[in-house]
Design a protein around this ligand. Structure first.
Ligand SMILES: Cc1cc2nc3c(=O)[nH]c(=O)nc-3n(C[C@H](O)[C@H](O)[C@H](O)COP(=O)(O)OP(=O)(O)OC[C@H]3O[C@@H](n4cnc5c(N)ncnc54)[C@H](O)[C@@H]3O)c2cc1C
Length: 380
């Protein structure tokens, strides 16, 4: 009998896992990939959209393009997950699994930051980034804040990238000298595991006159007075507020009993297995201890794929997950740097920095197009 694998969420984690299982087993496996959306979007494309480098249509890759042996893609909302029975209920019916992989990512809770919806702009969703295409061209100057509102958020370099890209954007529009840019972050340095990356970013901020406000988060906005209130009570005036919203485990996961009371799904660090037999959690939805980023979701999916392949073939279990990944960092001035981080191999996270270059711009492009080729069969 074919092993039934049900994958919840067709993001970085779900797409990578599905692709490996299909290319390994073809029709000999039964994979159902479920997502409520009709298309995939790279996280970093939201920056391209907000700053007008790409349109919202250009960044979407339709799930109907996924034609893989052994794989059925179902567009539907997951309404409930029973991890003990490995049974999932969606708007398109119920699915029973031999192996269930939860890759539903992280949701945003804009309302958790009072005043953000009324007085600021989140740029982490496609909707938020798209709305900013109308706002940024009309911004004439004053204090601009790129502000993180929670301690855990996707792609820790993204707020720093946004501040640098905002500098370029306003410079090109002739509005930079009329604007003071500040970046509020919950860390002491921009990318804590990599002191070299952090130093390069701090130098770039200093060169451009961007103020780095460390070890703090924005708790609320007062739209009437146009001030952002930080965790320590400091008030910062703003004319433009670009916010990273509070992140939460998706509601359906919270209700399933899979998540820890205070957050994400606990997993075995080596295997990504949950405490329920045959149930794994990969990517942003888990609490494995790596940053919430696509490269880590993808790496976790590869480990689970290898484990399933070994199990089905009766082979030895694969090597443990190492929590390693490379993140590209937009430095502005049309250059991209890279940080290679490893979270789980040693006693503490380590990171290596590669300085911004045009070669890394090309490498980032290749990173995206290679995924599109693998996951969607798009020619490069
Ligand atoms: C501005 C920005 C820049 C970023 N830059 C980078 C970068 O340069 N490099 C990098 O590696 N990462 C980057 N990221 C982070 C990256 O996008 C995420 O970490 C990554 O997408 C996580 O993958 P995932 O598979 O865990 O979840 P996701 O890719 O978020 O996929 C989860 C899927 O689950 C679906 N879903 C959720 N709930 C339900 C439900 N109830 N029913 C059905 N479907 C559901 C969603 O529609 C979604 O498709 C960035 C993110 C942002 C916001």
């Amino acid at each position: 009998m074919r092993t039934r694998v049900v994958v919840l969420g067709a993001g970085f984690g779900g797409l990578e896992l599905t692709t490996i299982l299909s290319s390994t087993f073809g029709e000999a496996i039964d994979v159902v990939l479920i997502d409520k959306a009709d298309s995939f979007v790279f996280g970093f494309s939201k920056l391209d959209v907000m700053f007008g480098r790409q349109t919202p249509v250009q960044i979407r890759y339709s799930y109907t393009d996924i034609v893989k042996p052994g794989v059925r893609v179902v567009q539907s909302v997951v309404r409930s997950i029973d991890p003990a029975a490995r049974r999932v209920v969606t708007d398109a019916g119920a699915f029973d699994a031999d192996v269930l992989v939860v890759a539903l990512g992280a949701d945003y809770d804009v309302a958790a930051t009072p005043g953000l919806a009324e007085g600021g702009h989140e740029f982490y969703s496609v909707v938020g980034a798209t709305a900013l295409r109308e706002v940024l061209p009309r911004f004439e100057g004053g204090p601009a804040i790129v502000g993180v509102t929670g301690k855990t958020f996707k792609c820790p370099p993204a707020p720093s990238e946004t501040a640098l890209l905002l500098h370029d954007y306003l410079t090109a529009r002739g509005r930079r000298s009329a604007t003071e840019i500040s970046l509020v972050m919950p860390f002491g340095t921009p990318v804590p595991p990599s002191p070299d990356t952090s130093q390069a970013l701090l130098t770039a901020f200093a060169e451009r006159g961007i103020r780095f406000v460390k070890d703090n988060v924005v708790r609320s906005l007062d739209p009437g007075r146009k001030v952002a209130v930080l965790q320590d009570g400091t008030e910062m005036p703003y004319a433009l507020f670009l916010g990273v919203p509070v992140h939460r485990v998706p509601k359906v996961v919270a209700e399933s009993g899979l998540a820890a009371p205070d957050g994400w799904i606990p997993v075995d660090k080596k295997t990504l297995a949950t405490s329920f037999p045959g149930v794994y959690a990969v990517g942003d939805v888990n609490g494995v201890g790596t940053p919430k980023a696509g490269v880590f979701a993808e790496g976790a999916a590869r480990v689970v794929a290898k484990a399933l392949i070994a199990e089905i073939r009766g082979e030895a279990a694969p090597a443990a997950y190492d929590g390693a990944g490379s993140c590209y960092v937009e430095f502005g001035h049309d250059l991209v740097g890279r940080v290679d981080v490893n979270f789980l191999s040693g006693p503490k996270p380590t990171g290596t920095f590669r300085a911004p270059s045009e070669a890394l711009v090309a490498e980032k492009k290749e990173f995206g197009s290679s995924r599109l080729e693998r996951w969607f069969g798009r020619p490069r």
